[in-house]
Design a protein around this ligand. Sequence first.
Ligand code: GLU
Length: 470
Amino acid sequence: MSSNNPAPQVRTRFAPSPTGFLHIGGARTALYSWAYARRHGGTFILRVEDTDVARSTPEAVQAILDGMKWLGLDHDEGPFYQMRRMDRYKDVIRKMLDSGKAYHCYTTPEELDAMREAQRERGEKPRYDGRWRPERGKAMPAQPAGVKPVVRFRNPTEGVVAWHDVVKGRIEIANAELDDLIIARADGTPTYNFCVVVDDWDMRITHVIRGDDHVNNTPRQINILRALDAPVPQYAHLSMILGPDGQKLSKRHGAVSVMQYDEDGYLPEAVLNYLARLGWSHGDAEVFDMRQFCAWFDLDHITPSAAQFNNEKLLWLNQHYLKLADNARLAADVAQRLARRGVDPGQGPALEAVIGLYKERVATLNELADAAESFYVDLHPPADLLAQHLTPAARAALADLRKRLAAADWSKAALSQAIKETLAATALKMPQVAIPLRVALLGQPQTPSIDAVLEVMGRELVLTLLDRHL
Ligand code: GLU
């Protein structure tokens, strides 16, 4: 098949402002932009929109990079920093001034206030009245001395600006609603909407996927793109994410920073799978990895309505992915969590084996670390727990068992056999021996199957711990 006008290669971008953490909403935007590029063999660009110097911090830039890395959302180009592109923006502004697509405006802030006040009194919407906008045959005001001008974009006055939003459908705004946007401040620095336009143009972005808090910027951005003869990308504005209570997702709802999920013991693949479904669907598929997601992801199945965050579902997915995860990988993670608690899993039972015992029984990596911790600390179960379970009869049974364990072949089958022999010798029932044994070894009446626990703990540790109670 040949075509004179092949569809351009898909190029998407994630363009966070580094004013805080990478939050869940931002991560979803990044994920969708990334997946769309991957789906189409395109290019995913990371752009840091750091022109708000008062609010942007290097720590926030790092937090975004860390969050993207943790999620595995790798970019093909960038990160580009807007602050390093100032010369380019200024150059475009100069050209727009030269070609009459933009103009200097000397209106002072006081004049603007007065203008708005008068408009309000007349019941009109406050807007710049175009007094410095050059028109054929228009007498321009005299340039005031000592006033540094801003630069305004000459917005079309007639007609409408419309686009087909891939998520929200057709959106149309009358140009009469839009006044002439300031594209450079009096000190020469370009403004937010203008930088976005130049970047999307220079970076040849084909699909702008972003939060719907930017819908209002889009008509202005489209008009500037058109004035620059730049192609207009497709826009997909994602609806916001609500907390479980239906309010806008915020800190009140718990973790909102992506890295907080790492800290709380979530696996990145669980968070990704969760975010993928938070506002997009593929039939009733709930559980899928990123390969599958990238093969399926399309913009047509993004839901226009707000998505609601559901912690239980995320936890459920986490549990699912913990079961699938490789023991060695989980052990490496849990070792770090234990180290942060001052617990060294280097001495004692093999951590991978401990992980194997528990990974199907927990919902988070922190719970896994909690369970593993008992295998590596000098365990002193609380006195009331000991009094409750280590009754004289239980101690006698454990003493019997100790003798058998000292001589047993250390395999699950042999350990299970030793316990059975103790049951026969003492005429006790399984729980009457197994529960005191669990309390003595791990300080908990409930553990995974006791023969598996014994096997993983090893003879030396088991006998040492038993001896404390005999
Ligand atoms: N920097 C903007 C934000 O963090 C995104 C701008 C865009 O995607 O066009 O909300």
